[in-house]
Design a binder for this molecule. Structure first.
Ligand code: SF4
Ligand code: SF4
Length: 298
């Protein structure tokens, strides 16, 4: 048994089912996500009207979900210089789900990247497919030892940041994923394109059942605009994956309720008319410094 497999079984203790789930999930990442995609499509085609489907989706999302990250928050995770061991987000200020809400990243300089299973599961994947990043020893060693078939490789923090910059420039948002089956902690940062991402597809379908359902937690940021700088160029509308920016004959319109706080519009605005602010009416951002104050070792 490889050391990373042993570590997984040690981490899950008596929950052999979770250890096995953890191993299968990452080692068979693409078929796993392909199966999830098939389930999402099946639900969308046949089952959105059934009464129990919303409750089922809600129960799944409590156990497997993501937190949208701003560029700066993702960068802080990549450049952690010591272990991050924070408790449960029991008040659900950052991660509004019942399970899988610990911020624990040990040995954060150990970083790996491999092919994104959502992209590989897609018929016409966005390039490049090497865009899933594991930070720390909870995930990276398993990937490095078992996932050569997914083109895994170890990278530095600077290389990971360069990947994220390139991904943002081609319309990808960053999400930290948390899953009961992989230990309930974060450490996987995906570069998610709205076309391929299974989690965004799951949310899109779930919202047809109940608009309150979402697998993706808001980043915690909203957009502040400086109207006098805006040239009505439309770059922000084009960049927004959530249709939250619109240029109309009456000017630029921002739909705060649609906005997930990813910041792609800010990147796209050459006039510097847009900026992110931590919005007290939303969740708290997964900003490591804010999280340390909010969570501590509860
Ligand atoms: S990208 Fe900037 S300048 Fe262009 S419409 Fe949007 S806010 Fe205005
Ligand atoms: S408005 Fe800007 S921050 Fe909000 S979802 Fe769209 S691109 Fe992201």
């Amino acid at each position: 048994m490889k050391p990373s497999t042993k570590a997984i079984f040690k981490r899950h203790g008596l929950r052999l089912d979770r250890a096995l789930h953890n191993w299968v999930y990452f080692v068979f990442y693409t078929p796993y996500v392909k199966a999830a995609y098939k389930a999402i499509n099946l639900v969308e085609r046949h089952f959105t009207g059934l009464p129990f489907v919303g409750a089922f989706a809600g129960a799944v999302f409590e156990r497997y979900h993501s937190k949208v990250l701003s560029f700066e928050d993702a960068k802080k995770i990549l450049f952690l210089n010591k272990d991050l061991v924070l408790g449960h987000d029991s008040a659900k200020r950052i991660i509004p789900y019942k399970y899988a809400n610990k911020l624990v990243i040990k040995n954060p300089s150990l970083i790996a990247v491999m092919d994104c299973p959502c992209k590989k599961a897609s018929k016409a994947p966005c390039e490049p497919v090497g865009s899933c990043i594991a930070v720390g020893e909870n995930f990276a060693p398993l990937w490095l030892e078992h996932c050569a078939h997914n083109n895994v490789r170890q990278i530095t923090s600077d290389e990971a940041l360069a990947i994220i910059k390139a991904m943002r420039a081609s319309g990808h948002i960053q999400q930290a994923f948390l899953k009961v089956g992989t230990g309930g902690v974060t450490g996987v940062i995906c570069n998610c394109c709205p076309k391929c991402c299974a989690s965004l597809a799951a949310t899109r379908v779930a919202k047809k059942i109940d608009p309150a359902l979402s697998m993706n937690a808001h980043s915690g940021y909203s957009i502040k605009a400086a109207p006098d700088l805006c040239q009505q160029c439309g770059n922000c509308q084009e960049a927004c994956p959530f249709d939250a920016m619109r240029i109309t004959k009456d000017g630029r319109f921002y739909n705060k309720e649609q906005c997930m706080g990813c910041g792609l519009c800010v990147d796209a605005c050459t006039q510097k008319a847009l900026s992110l602010y931590a919005d007290p009416t939303k969740l708290m951002p997964l900003d490591i410094d804010m999280a340390k104050t909010a969570l501590g070792k509860n």
